[in-house]
Design a protein around this ligand. Structure first.
Ligand code: SF4
Length: 203
């Protein structure tokens, strides 16, 4: 039996230092496995695959427990109560299924004082919920479409607040994320930041 507050919170480092995250296991996510083979997208370059297969291997058991937990219905009383200003969803991993997305919405609803930010390539799941928002639309959840194409900067697509684009290494096209630390920038973590089209150079 899963105990209360079993969702694992990760302490992030590097660019995300200072922003806690709710992660899942990229390596066992069927969507990520498929995407990882797709040339011409950012997915073969996935930092999460590299880290979880290498120097962050030790994180995979906790991320896998989150994958199992979040892809099933979690009773309201067992959703975590958090004391953070900002939480990143899926710094590792992707939405696994529709139930996973419902749980992320419900965690946001249960923690109205925290801003949650979800990066996802799974626009169809986000829009499926928006067509019938059975739990309502939490105003403290920022949805960022993670554009899989490199060097194809796009505007914010329907159903999202922001878009995250990648440009190739060495690109001279305008970038507003490259080299920055999230905690000092917060462009993605505030709806009113004035920056909704984010561009970063592939690391
Ligand atoms: S734009 Fe700012 S907040 Fe968004 S990912 Fe880049 S550094 Fe982080």
């Amino acid at each position: 039996m899963i105990s209360k507050q079993a969702v694992h919170m990760s302490k992030m480092s590097g660019k995300l230092k200072g922003i806690p995250a709710i992660n899942t296991n990229t390596l066992t996510n069927p969507f990520c496995i498929r995407q990882h083979q797709k040339t011409g997208t950012i997915c073969p370059e996935c930092y999460s695959f590299t880290m979880l297969e290498g120097y962050r291997k030790n994180c995979t058991p906790a991320f896998e427990r989150n994958s199992a937990l979040l892809s099933e219905h979690i009773p309201w009383d067992e959703l975590p109560v958090l004391n953070f200003a900002y939480v990143r969803y899926s710094a590792h991993g992707e939405i696994i299924n529709y139930q996973h997305y419902l749980n992320l919405v419900r965690i946001a609803l249960k923690n109205p004082h925290t801003t949650f930010v979800l990066w996802t390539k799974r626009a169809s799941i986000v829009r499926q919920y928006q067509a019938r928002p059975i739990h309502g639309m939490p105003t403290n959840l920022i949805l960022i479409f993670s554009n899989p194409r490199i060097d194809k900067v796009i505007d914010v697509p329907r159903g999202f607040h922001k878009v995250f684009n990648n440009v190739a290494k060495g690109s001279t096209s305008p970038q507003n994320c490259t080299g920055r630390k999230c905690m000092e920038c917060l462009a993605c973590y505030r709806k009113d930041s004035g920056t909704d089209v984010i561009v970063e150079m592939v690391k």
